[in-house]
Design a protein around this ligand. Structure first.
Ligand SMILES: [Zn+2]
Length: 272
């Protein structure tokens, strides 16, 4: 068998590919061994995912929603004690409250003495727009999600490997080839929103991430993913997003992945 990114033989590859990183709370969406070879798997982990997860917004969103790292640790972020003798310190949030830490013992001493009565904890509401690393991250997830739909049929997997129309997004995700791949980004719900679906899921639930493909009238295929309320859409066959903007206009700006039977409720109504 061959890798869907570099197309090299991947029979001996051992990695199971996580379509979305485990550090964003994904354990279920994976591709079996060999679909993505060990070399590509390792490249994406260190050169794309790690870089995206360490961006200020993603670090901030993971820490404030208690999303643990792959190793089960909480994600640290930064807080500022806004004093002449203060400064930035590391900070964790767990169920008991805030934990501050710094290598600067002078800051720690002043914290202990109660010299600081104010602390600034920044909230970063949205990712940077038109970000190169995020666009390659989305390109990678998009191609993997498409593959996950047909992964049990080897002929279809070969079709994806051989499809010339998919070479630009493949080479962009894996090798950074070609011009910047545009994507569409907007917030569609808040991190604290919860949902109930009287038809399919009557118990309240929280959505960390959800994704699907959208086929437009113009035969374009978009990969749409929502992570903690931020929706990203990327065109799998070209770097333009006009077709998606048009689709949104025709559909009252609803998200293509929202379920019609689903109702949004507040966090307090949900007990989650
Ligand atoms: Zn590969």
């Amino acid at each position: 068998m061959n890798c869907i990114f570099c197309k090299k033989l991947s029979d001996n590859s051992k990695s199971i590919e996580h379509i979305l990183p485990e550090s964003l709370g994904n354990t279920e969406h994976v591709l079996r061994k060999g679909i993505v070879c060990d070399t590509c798997n390792n490249y994406f982990a260190t050169k794309i995912e790690k870089i995206v997860l360490d961006k200020p917004y993603f670090k901030n969103v993971r820490y404030r929603n208690f999303i643990e790292t792959k190793k089960g640790n909480l994600v640290p972020d930064k807080a500022l004690f806004p004093y002449k003798t203060g400064g930035w310190v590391d900070m964790w949030l767990d169920e008991k409250g805030f934990i501050f830490d710094s290598k600067d013992t002078h800051i720690i001493d002043q914290m202990k003495n109660g010299a600081f009565t104010k602390v600034i904890i920044p909230i970063i509401d949205k990712p940077e727009e038109n970000d190169y690393d995020i666009s390659r991250f989305l390109a990678k997830i998009g191609l993997e999600f498409l593959t996950s739909k047909i992964v049990n049929d080897d002929e279809w997997v070969n079709e994806i490997i051989n499809k010339k129309e998919l070479d630009p997004i493949r080479n962009y995700a894996r090798f950074g080839k070609g011009k910047f791949w545009k994507y569409h980004q907007r917030r569609i719900y808040s991190e604290s929103d919860r949902f109930v679906d009287p038809v399919n899921h009557p118990e309240p639930y929280e959505i960390l991430h959800e994704f699907d493909l959208l086929y437009t009238k113009k035969y374009e295929m978009y990969f749409v993913i929502v992570i903690m309320g931020i929706e990203f859409a990327i065109n799998l066959a070209g770097s333009e997003t006009e077709g998606y903007i048009e689709w949104l206009k025709e559909n009252n700006n609803v998200s293509p992945i929202r379920r019609y039977t689903e109702v949004m409720i507040s966090k307090s109504q949900s007990n989650l």
